[in-house]
Write a protein that binds this ligand. Structure first.
Ligand SMILES: [Zn+2]
Length: 88
């Protein structure tokens, strides 16, 4: 058993992926450790990078569309918003 076991295999060649780097990210009040794994085969990893890049473009596009939808919803909601005030 390798101590470098990442519990993930490469989707292209099926080899055990290796840890490229780990880094800690601060999200709100908690620190999240992210582990970046790569394929031990550089040629294979290059193919994966191309694939990831394509997915990223699609994801970014979806994110933008979702943000636009959210903005439209907010605008619609605020236009029908009735202000109520109460003396306390
Ligand atoms: Zn691979």
């Amino acid at each position: 058993m390798s101590t470098n076991n990442t519990n993930s295999v490469c989707p292209i060649c099926g080899k055990d992926r290796i840890i490229a780097k780990t880094y800690k990210e601060r999200i709100g009040n908690s620190v999240v450790q992210t582990t970046l794994t790569i394929c031990p085969d550089p040629k294979c990893q290059a193919k994966l990078n191309v694939q990831l890049e394509k997915e990223k473009v699609i994801r970014d596009g979806m994110k933008l569309a979702a943000e636009r939808r959210l903005l439209e919803q907010k605008q619609r909601r605020s236009s029908g918003f009735r202000k109520t005030s109460r003396i306390v």
